[in-house]
Design a binder for this molecule. Structure first.
Ligand code: GLU
Length: 375
């Protein structure tokens, strides 16, 4: 396994700060907001009431029920609490991968795509195979390329819409084509829906809406991005009971259960739609600002993301994205993530996370503009 580039940058920026430098981090994808106070209160009350013990490995029944209700009502996915395991979202993807990927299996992953997919596949002894997200299609999946990448060894397809690091959103047609591919080749689909709520244009469609696909699908979602709860480590998986009965064993033998107090916080979070809306509106303002600034920089071409808090500009300078990110950090104390961290198709890009204050964004973009002008 390779170390996580996104988290490595967090460490590097923290080290420079400790040395006294004024570092602006546009690297990590984590909302700068504090978790809504209603959620904090709910967790606090739960703890004071003695909810500080193990919970059932699959999670507390009332939360599993509420998650199922959310997916039925908001996403049109016909499931019950029996289809839900509460677990941190990253852990959920890991559990799904290690439960079903055998050594030698191929797993199709988005390229560019989140840094941890290939490493989780490596951990299971599988082979990650990238499929293209096409910049000319607003970073939607290139279906022909995806079809071509399916081989006799393909076991799993991972999709992530809305997508990290590009902010692309898959359409109905994309999802129908993916459904057909999964059913034709009897594959397993892992759908990472963590950015579901951070969406500005278009709509989030869960592939679980296709009933015939449900027995082949594992949905992963969570509260980190939608409710600014990254430190709580709380999310969930939705899958067939057959798949869940396998995956729960990994949960039992690793983390036992998700943190009990975080589960009570999450229960409250599912009722708090206003806070999510407010944060998304704030992100939208930042997105428009960052886009307008990046669009003015010579040598960059940038798409306005339809979702997420990431922008993934392409540059024309003769420098690798790794070197660009390292020099930008060393010379201007601005952290961005090199595009190559997200796969071969990410080279020639860098990722900016605008999940930080307007003040940081203004100062960071000024320094970036200055840096690029001297490249
Ligand atoms: N997913 C976020 C990112 O891409 C958080 C860090 C991580 O889990 O990689 O920055």
């Amino acid at each position: 396994m390779q170390p996580s580039s996104t988290l490595a940058l967090v460490e590097m920026a923290a080290k420079l700060r400790r040395e006294g430098h004024e570092v602006i981090s546009l690297a990590v994808g984590e909302p700068d907001f504090t978790t809504p106070s209603t959620v904090i209160e709910a967790a606090y009350e739960a703890m004071k009431g003695g909810k500080t013990h193990y919970t059932p490995p699959r999670g507390i029944p009332e939360l599993r029920e509420k998650i199922a209700e959310k997916y039925r009502k908001e996403n049109g996915v016909k499931i019950s609490a029996e289809n839900v395991i509460v677990t941190p979202a990253k852990m959920g993807i890991f559990i799904a991968v290690v439960s079903f990927v055998e050594p030698g299996d191929e797993v199709l992953i988005p390229d560019p795509g989140w840094v941890s997919y290939p490493e989780m596949v490596h951990f299971a002894g599988g082979k990650p195979v990238g499929y293209s997200l096409d910049e000319n299609l607003g970073f939607r999946v290139n279906i022909e390329d995806l079809q071509e990448k399916v081989s006799g060894k393909t076991k799993v397809i991972i999709i992530n819409s809305p997508s990290n690091p590009t902010g692309g959103v898959f359409t109905w047609d994309d999802l129908k084509a993916i459904r057909d591919l999964v059913l034709d080749h009897n594959l397993l689909l892992i759908s990472d829906e963590i950015y579901e709520k951070i969406i500005y244009e278009g709509e989030h469609i869960s592939p679980g809406i296709f009933e015939e696909l449900l027995p082949h699908t594992i949905i992963v979602n969570g509260f980190s991005k939608s409710h600014a709860m990254t430190g709580w480590r709380i999310g969930y998986m939705i899958a067939s009971q057959e798949h869940l009965s396998q995956m729960v064993k990994v949960q039992q033998h690793t983390i036992s259960c998700a943190p009990s107090m975080a589960q009570y916080g999450a229960l409250r979070a599912l009722e708090d739609k206003d806070s999510v809306q407010k944060m998304v509106e704030e992100f939208r303002g930042r997105r428009d600002f960052v886009y307008s600034k990046l669009a003015e920089i010579p040598g960059l071409s940038v798409q306005k993301p339809r979702a997420t808090f990431y922008m993934f500009p392409r540059y024309q300078f003769q420098i690798s994205s790794k070197e660009l990110a390292e020099r930008l950090l060393r010379e201007k104390y601005v952290a961005v993530t090199p595009g190559s961290a997200f796969g071969n198709n990410g080279e020639g890009h860098f990722r900016i996370s605008f999940a930080t204050s307007m003040e940081n964004l203004k100062a960071g973009l000024e320094r970036l503009t200055d840096f690029l002008a001297h490249l």
